[in-house]
Design a protein around this ligand. Structure first.
Ligand SMILES: [Zn+2]
Length: 451
């Protein structure tokens, strides 16, 4: 991303903006999410307060969907040949990064979009999301805002009855996301207000009642599973739980999502043996269930596969970028445990192949990740103190590193003690932390007296 000097669309005063012009999924699988989020190429004008998009050409490339889209903002007021002069190099950049065998006909005919909005719609259309669906979603959003603005439960109920057609599963998941976001912001009052409205929706709509039943069923099966796990969850027990859950799609999918790893070859063999002890209708029903289970398992595995492919793409993009360390920093939010596993694996492969260049690049990535995930120095110090055996040893180390014993340190320590107690961790650990705390207080007092 480049910082460029541009001008505010409203007051024309100069503003520096982060501008991203090329959204190439071939290079960066996350680019699509970024573009769709609407958080790209926005400026905040310090002069007039304008908050919005800055006019800039944008290229979008999705090789899998064979989409190459260009957008040139009309407010830039440039003649067509000027536009082409600006867009041309960006398109070349996209094409050059694509391996020869993947350069298909679509690459020669970029589709130019008249507005940014049509570009977004075209991308969504590629995902099977139509204009109609977007309109419906906007209607749901409007209804949600309307409901939240009505002060009394009685009037809300009236609106809920009138608009029940709009209140579908989508509506509920939209509501759930809003609640999550509110909680994440720590806004408890709004979250409670939202929860009350959600309860009204659940009780007074058909879809709401259905969702409630489903979540009750899911809770029940989770409880069954927890009970069974108390003294070791065997495959035999698992088979019985599945057989008892055969009638409920919700129970089956909940179970599979929780214990995919338990559903291995041995499990299915045991299940088949058990099914064969039944006859007639019951047997047929259980056989149908086994087919369903195999389908769910495949679905989960396929999803995992797609995730792995995206992770690999991201790693390739980082490795081929001019500065892998910087590129890792840019993507640090997206890196998950799969990414680490893949980097470890690739590092092993590169060492086996004595590919020094690749080893160096991979090590730059791990260095950035390690730095980002390193604990704060206070925590590292507490860990070091916990490893010591006695009060005296701890006292000695803390006196020799008195500069570490800061107000932040004691604050963090009190937080840790409260947290460990709340989590019912072993008394030994809590006691050690309390001891460290006592020493810390003594050292703080001693140094205060010396002053
Ligand atoms: Zn302005």
């Amino acid at each position: 991303m480049a910082k460029v000097q541009t001008s505010c669309p409203r007051c024309k005063s100069p503003v520096a903006a982060d501008v991203e012009q090329v959204f190439d999924l071939n290079q960066d699988p996350q680019a699509k999410q970024r573009l769709l989020s609407g958080q790209v190429n926005v400026i905040h004008c310090p002069n007039c307060g304008y908050d919005g998009m800055v006019g800039t050409p944008v290229i979008y490339h999705d090789p899998e969907k064979e989409l190459l889209l260009t957008f040139f903002p009309s407010e830039m007021g440039l003649p067509l040949n000027e536009q082409e002069r600006m867009i041309g190099p960006l398109i070349n950049q996209v094409v050059n990064r694509l391996p020869l065998e993947k350069r298909k006909a679509y690459i020669l005919r970029p589709q130019s979009m008249l507005t940014f909005q049509t570009m977004i719609e075209k991308i969504l259309e590629g995902d099977g999301i139509s204009r109609q669906m977007i309109d419906d979603q906007q209607k749901r959003l409007a209804l949600l805002q309307r409901l939240l603005s009505i002060p009394t439960a009685e009037s809300r109920l009236e609106v809920i009855k009138q608009e029940e057609a709009l209140i579908d599963e989508n509506f509920f998941s939209m509501f759930a996301r809003l609640m999550e976001a509110t909680m994440a912001q720590g806004d408890e009052r709004s979250a409670r207000a939202l929860a009350a409205v959600q309860q009204e929706l659940v009780e007074n709509t058909e879809v709401g009642k259905k969702i409630q039943d489903q979540s009750r069923e899911a809770q029940e099966v989770i409880k069954t599973l927890q009970e069974a796990s108390k003294d070791g969850l065997t495959r035999e027990k698992l088979v019985d739980i599945f057989i008892d859950s055969a009638d409920s799609e919700v129970r089956l999918t909940t179970l599979v999502s929780l214990i995919r790893t338990g559903l291995d070859y041995t499990f299915f063999q045991l299940l088949t043996d058990k099914i064969n002890t039944f006859e007639g209708e019951k047997k047929a029903k259980l056989e149908a269930m086994r087919e369903k289970l195999l389908g769910y398992v495949k679905e989960i595995d396929d999803q995992r596969q797609v995730q792995m492919q995206q992770t690999r793409k991201l790693l390739d993009a980082i490795l081929t970028s001019p500065n892998p360390g910087e590129a890792t920093k840019e993507h640090i939010e997206e890196l998950d445990e799969y990414f680490m596993q893949l980097v470890d694996q690739e590092l092993k492969n590169a060492r086996a192949a004595a590919d020094l260049n690749r080893i160096g690049r991979l090590q730059k990535i791990t260095a950035v990740i390690e730095e980002a995930s390193a604990p704060p120095p206070e925590i590292a110090f507490i860990e070091q103190l916990l490893e010591l055996e006695s009060y005296d040893e701890r006292m000695k180390l803390m006196q020799s590193k008195a500069e570490m014993v800061t107000p932040e340190f004691t604050q963090m320590l009190s937080g840790l003690i409260a947290q460990t107690e709340a989590q019912n961790q072993p008394d030994e650990l809590v006691n050690k932390l309390k001891e460290i705390n006592r020493i810390a207080l003594r050292i703080t007092m001693m140094s205060a007296m010396k002053k």
